[in-house]
Design a protein around this ligand. Structure first.
Ligand SMILES: [Zn+2]
Length: 401
């Protein structure tokens, strides 16, 4: 499909064609990068880049100019990084495109982040948590105050979880507000604010103003500096339910990061209710996956495998471990993604440790809640998903080891 635009050297057609292709594949980003013989266009689908089309030198340059014009940027500026955005409608999907241009030795590299506004927000129950994890989270979302912290590396789906939680809280008797940089999904029924540091509107100044707006529930896109962390902790202690996220690999790391920011430890120990850690795993394509052979299954049986099998092997469905094959309907045997989670409700003794500035010695998972054993760590939950044939062992190892 894209070859037609390459043959006719049609840069506007090619940009629209790439966006159409990306929107059909549910890609999150489009990359256009200069090489010695031309320009490589790739799309990121389910977290991995895939080649889309290769452009001749002149056409690649025309694409860069075309996107700069769409994003209302200076087409003459090729030495400095530039950021911009534009909106477009493709196949009845409203797309927000954020563009970043970075000059390099061979030319400017362009990355377009694609946000589909027409895409609905996932319900909490569809995120991928086990029923017991979901119950623990829902209990905490009903609390009148306190902090729920979502952790994970970039691209782990933290925003998806925050939006799903907010959607659960959009009720007529609650004033739900957010500070996000930038606003990733527009949600009806709540007030969303984005800081604008270029005109002096910082994250903490927005948060300060927002606290005067009588909020019940506040979502802060990310905890990143001491000032906003301190304000968030105070808000979560004074009758507000606060949802936020942090870029850390593990739940425990988030506590050390808070220590590093120099926040009020007594306040933190009082308000922190629940820490979530998460990852996204690619889902095996139902059309082409094939069962693991007996040899592969025997090789997979580690001590942790046996433990998960005994405790929660059927948590996500019947035992049917499978492997990726690949067909015309998927990419390398995978299609779509699912979340795996660790849910850590803070216990009284961990609260005391945090107050004294000590890293909690270990995480006690939600079993203290239900008095039953649950699939607790994120890796164990991943193994349970492998057992149900939802993802492959190679994917679990790629993301979590
Ligand atoms: Zn397939």
């Amino acid at each position: 499909m894209l070859d037609v635009y390459v043959r006719t050297q049609d840069a506007p057609g090619l940009v629209d064609g790439c966006l159409l292709f990306a929107s059909r594949s549910q890609a999150s980003d489009l990359h256009v990068e200069p090489q010695t013989l031309g320009w490589q266009v790739r799309q990121r689908v389910d977290g991995l880049l895939q080649p889309l089309v290769f452009l001749p030198l002149a056409l690649g340059k025309a694409v860069i100019v075309r996107v700069k014009l769409l994003a209302k940027l200076d087409i003459g500026e090729q030495r400095k990084p530039q950021d911009g955005s534009f909106q477009t409608t493709i196949n009845q999907n409203q797309l927000d495109i954020r563009c970043s241009f970075l000059p390099g030795y061979l030319g400017e590299k362009l990355v377009m982040r694609i946000q589909n506004r027409s895409q609905g927000i996932l319900a909490l129950a569809d995120l991928g948590m086990s029923l017991r994890q979901l119950r623990v989270l829902q209990e905490h979302l009903q609390a009148p105050q306190g902090m729920v912290l979502v952790t994970g590396p970039t691209g782990a789906g933290k925003s998806i979880t925050l939006y799903a939680a907010l959607q659960n809280l959009l009720q007529p008797h609650l004033n739900v507000m957010s500070v996000e940089d930038p606003v990733e999904m527009v949600m009806l029924g709540m007030h969303q604010v984005a800081p604008a540091p270029n005109i002096g509107i910082t994250f903490s100044s927005v948060l300060r103003a927002l606290l005067r707006q009588d909020p019940d529930v506040i979502m802060l896109g990310e905890l990143r500096d001491a000032e906003s962390a301190d304000m968030a902790i105070k808000a979560a202690q004074t009758g507000h339910l606060l949802l936020t996220s942090m870029h850390t690999n593990t739940a425990l790391e988030a506590i050390s990061r808070c220590f590093g920011l120099g926040v009020d430890l007594q306040g933190l120990s009082y308000c922190l209710q629940l820490v979530i850690n998460q990852r996204l795993l690619r889902r095996l394509c139902d059309n082409c996956k094939k069962p693991l052979s007996k040899g592969q299954l025997d090789a997979a049986k580690s001590p942790i495998w046996h433990q998960v099998e005994a405790e929660c092997g059927d948590e996500f469905g019947p035992f049917a471990p499978a492997q990726a094959v690949g067909c015309s309907q998927c990419y390398g045997g995978y299609k779509g993604r699912l979340g795996v989670f660790e849910i850590w409700p803070i216990t009284a003794w961990q609260r005391a440790q945090i107050e004294q500035g000590q890293q909690p010695a270990k995480i006690e998972y939600a079993k203290c809640y239900q008095q039953t054993t649950i699939c607790h760590s994120i890796y164990e939950q991943g193994i349970a998903r492998v057992m149900a044939g939802h993802t492959g062992l190679d994917e679990l190892k790629r993301v979590l080891v």
